[in-house]
Ligand binder design. Structure first.
Ligand code: SF4
Ligand code: SF4
Length: 99
């Protein structure tokens, strides 16, 4: 009987290391109104993002858009529909090398 081989699991950080990113000059993530972020209680965009794109600093949301893996989760969880998400322009953004 043939024994089934299992692949060792990888952490998200290790998987992200395998991706390549071609930076666009223009951010594909736009915060529409920082006043809404100020009153946003748990700031779920920071919690949900797997790539640590969002940070809260000096009463404003910092967006490191060039880390984005384009999963779209932040847009879905924002209670104020305050994130304008579009895919980076052609040929830019994330590229997955191993599926
Ligand atoms: S979830 Fe939306 S409103 Fe809240 S901090 Fe993030 S972008 Fe701002
Ligand atoms: S699309 Fe995904 S990876 Fe990009 S900022 Fe939103 S949650 Fe983070």
């Amino acid at each position: 009987m043939q024994q089934q081989q299992t692949r060792p699991s990888m952490k998200v950080e290790a998987k992200l290391f395998l991706a390549r990113y071609k930076r666009d000059d223009k951010s594909h993530l736009v915060i529409l109104d920082n006043q809404k972020c100020l009153k946003c209680k748990n700031k779920p965009c920071i919690i949900v993002c797997p790539a640590e794109v969002y940070h809260w600093e000096d009463d404003r949301l910092i967006v490191s858009y060039d880390n984005c893996v384009e999963c779209g989760s932040c847009r879905i969880v924002c209670p104020y529909a305050n994130i304008q998400f579009s895919y980076p322009r052609w040929g830019k953004g994330i590229g997955y090398r191993y599926g």
